[in-house]
Design a protein around this ligand. Sequence first.
Ligand code: ADP
Length: 259
Amino acid sequence: ELHVAMTAERGSDAPRKPRIIAVGSGKGGVGKSTVSTNLAVALQRAGHRVGVVDADIYGPSQSRLLGTEGQRPIARDKQLIPVQSRWGVPVLSMAHLAEPGQAIAWRGPMAGNALVQMLEGDWTDVDVLIVDLPPGTGDIQLTMLQRFKPDGAVIVSTPQDLALIDATRAIGLFDKGGVPVIGLIENMAGYACPHCGEVSDPFGHGGAEATALSGDHPFLGRIPLDIVIRQESDAGTPPAAGDGPQAEAFVRIAQRVAA
Ligand code: ADP
C-alpha cells in the first residue's frame, strides 16, 4: 500500500510538523530534481499545502526549477522563512543562500548544518515537505535519516541497468533506516521523435518497474523523455503547473503518492 498520511495530527499544541517525503536516486542526472519539483506542484494543485527543500547542497537546482532565482530567504528568530514561488510552493535551497555561480566548497558538517537550517525553516503553513536529496547514499542522506526521518521516500531512476543498480542501493538505505519506500518512478522512459513521431527507448524500457516489483515496492509510473519538460524546467515554469500532456504523468504519480 502507498499510504503516507498527508496531514499532520491535529489537536496538539506542538507546532505542526509537515510530513516529509524524500526524493532520492542512485545516480545524478536521472531527473530527481525535475520530478521533485513537479511532484510538489502536482500535489499542490491537488489541494495539499506543499513545500520544497533542496537538499542537493552542492548542486542545487530548485531555485531554477521553481523560478525563484535571485530571491533570498529572510531569517526571523534565527529561523529561515522559505522563498515563495509563483506556483504556490515555497522553497528553500542553497541556491538562495550562496552567491550565484560560486562553487560551494563545504565540508560535510557544514553541508549538514545547511540541511538542518533548511529543514528547520518556518514550514508551519505546509503539510507536505518534498525533500530533493543529492544522488547516492552519502552524508546528507544519513543526516536526513538520523535527524529528520522522512515519512516516506520516492526513488527516481531511468530504465538503464546502471541507474537501476544504484537505485537499488538507495532503496536499501531507506529500507535499513526504516523509511517506507512509497515507490519507484521511471523517468526518461520512451522518447517520441518530434519529427516523425516514432517512439524509441534511449535508456531502455521497463527496468524500474521490474526493479520495483522484484523488491516488493510499488511502481508509481513513468515519465517520457520530452523536450518540453526540459525546456519548461529550464525556464522555471514546471510542466506540472501547465495543462499540456506533460502535466498528466506528474498528476497521475502525485495521485498515487497521496493515495
Ligand atoms: P537529477 O536531479 O537527477 O540530477 P535533473 O532533474 O537535474 O536530474 O535532470 C537532469 C537534466 O535532464 C535536466 O536538464 C532536466 O531538464 C532533464 N530532464 C529530466 N527529466 C526529463 C524528462 N523527462 N524529459 C526531458 N528532460 C528531462
